[in-house]
Ligand binder design. Structure first.
Ligand code: ATP
Ligand code: MG
Length: 466
């Protein structure tokens, strides 16, 4: 039983009616659901835990005589006593009707048309109830590709339909602003109670409609420390390669959510277990199967990230991605060096090649790929510490991330401990301490380079003056 689960969750609530298709068959392929309404005094969600802006939106919709509910992750998280990160609203008002009620609203989205109501930095997302994908594609504005992939989905529906087209039972909970009750359409409260991620409807069909749901199952299992129900888990491995149908840009967004959930180490293990890592990071996955000990470095990076998130410190996705691809970089770097390419260009090429190859799977926007490259290239620069170099290096904007990366490498068993310790001491000391350190770099590759460079400079001068 989940720690701190309020007792109301054990009570069934009031059954209103069974959800049936017009021919009388159950709505779900695998299980008929019943709507349960949990009244205000039977659940712990209070308005004080809800964003004021979300409440404003809900009240305005209600005042205009529309239905208005909080829905999805915010209801689930509030029931679990977690802080919802955003608040989503569902309504029977169309996007145009919603927009006309708010001066700060904008209709966005092609795949789904939704309304963003903006209050400073907070955006309240308002969605019109949607129907499940229509079987008769000619009739509806929704269509499926030949693989069953849902490509457009803009059919408005009833709240029941809206609930049953959501992914997991725990995500189909609605908080009604009219009487502050919770509408539970798919036994989501029972699944919260049993700490269970369960797909609504037939899991294989739902994964075929949208393969990203496989990643979402993993994300919620890791984030909430829930189990995935056996029938929901079972199709994931055989269907994992359907993720190849998903555009790299959408996968990038999903990967960010997966690794910024605060449980990225657990997420990584689940991705491996369900054979999804190889769809997202095939080159990393390949390197890890050749050299499993390299996983240690990635796990360290992920655990650090999770710790930072727990402490409310900022995390840089570039660092995370740089770590996830480090085994690939190391391999490419080694191969390029073996071809006789000197270290600096070899590292540059390794970065370019790796980013190019990875971008087929998850795109990586430039604002992340550029710092990633710098972190990798800096690993060589950190080895050079003679003269003014160490000072210049330490002042470089990318130094901190590159140094943290070096420390991680050292902690995970790469042979760079002396170097990492040196840089730690360099930052902890000043004045004469730094001078001493500079005399003890163990860097003996500098002298020959100096000798080489000077004659070249003199030669050039001589020839230009002659
Ligand atoms: P988070 O805490 O990450 O925001 P969330 O459950 O709110 O979790 P969102 O991605 O914000 O997740 O989506 C909001 C809601 O929309 C979900 O709770 C779910 O009901 C529905 N939803 C989102 N993505 C899908 C999907 N791919 N298929 C079906 N329903 C989805
Ligand atoms: Mg959400």
């Amino acid at each position: 039983m989940l720690k701190g689960i309020p007792s109301f969750l054990k009570r069934p609530g009031k059954t209103i009616r069974q959800l049936l298709n017009s021919d009388g068959s159950p709505k779900s392929n695998s299980k008929p659901y019943e709507l349960r309404i949990v009244s205000r005094d039977e659940h712990p969600i209070s308005r004080s835990g809800i964003s004021e802006n979300a409440l404003k939106v809900l009240y305005r919709l209600k005042k205009a005589n529309y239905d208005a509910f909080l829905v999805g992750g915010c209801v689930r998280d509030a029931l679990l006593d977690l802080h919802p990160k955003d608040f989503d609203v569902a309504t029977n008002a169309t996007p145009e009707q919603v927009k006309s009620l708010f001066h700060n609203a904008r209709i966005i989205g092609r795949r789904f048309r939704i309304v963003h109501v903006r209050y400073g930095r907070e955006i309240i997302e308002v969605t019109t109830f949607r129907a499940p994908p229509a079987e008769d594609t000619a009739k509806a504005h929704s269509s499926q590709s030949e693989h069953g992939l849902l490509v457009r989905d803009n059919v408005y529906g009833t709240i029941e339909e809206d609930a049953l087209r959501r992914d997991f039972t725990i995500n189909a909970l609605y908080y009604n602003i009219r009487d502050f009750s919770i509408y539970d359409y798919a036994d989501g409260i029972e699944d919260i109670n049993h700490r269970c991620i369960r797909m609504i409807g037939d899991p294989a069909t739902r994964y075929r409609e949208d393969p990203v749901r496989m990643l979402r199952a993993i994300r919620f299992a890791a984030k909430l420390d829930f189990n995935i129900a056996p029938e929901t888990a079972e199709p994931i491995r055989p269907m994992a390669e359907l993720l190849r149908q998903i555009p790299a840009a959408r996968l990038f967004e999903e990967v960010l959510k997966l690794f910024l959930s605060g449980q990225s180490a657990a997420t990584f293990q689940l991705l491996k277990e369900y054979q999804l890592l190889q769809e997202l990071f095939p080159y990393t996955s390949e390197q890890l199967s050749l050299a499993p000990e390299k996983e240690h470095f990635i796990l360290q990076a992920l655990e650090n990230t999770d710790r930072r998130i727990a402490e409310d410190k900022p995390v840089t996705p570039a660092f995370l991605f740089a770590a996830l691809l480090w085994p690939v970089i190391q391999n490419a770097f080694r191969e390029l060096m073996e071809e006789g390419i000197p270290p600096v260009p070899a590292m540059q090429q390794a970065g370019q090649q790796t980013l190019f190859a990875q971008s087929d799977f998850t795109s990586i926007p430039k604002r992340f790929s550029q710092p990633m490259r710098e972190i990798w290239e800096f690993q060589l620069r950190l080895e050079r510490r003679q003269g003014k170099r160490a000072f210049q290096t330490a002042e470089h904007p990318r130094f901190r991330a590159a140094y943290d990366f070096l420390v991680l490498r050292s902690e995970s068993g790469e042979d760079v401990q002396a170097l990492a310790d040196w840089w730690t001491r360099f930052q902890d000391t000043d004045g004469s301490g730094r001078k001493n350190l500079l005399q003890n770099t163990g860097d003996d590759d500098q002298a020959p380079r100096k000798r080489k460079r000077r004659p070249r400079y003199r030669n050039r001068k001589r020839s230009s003056s002659s």
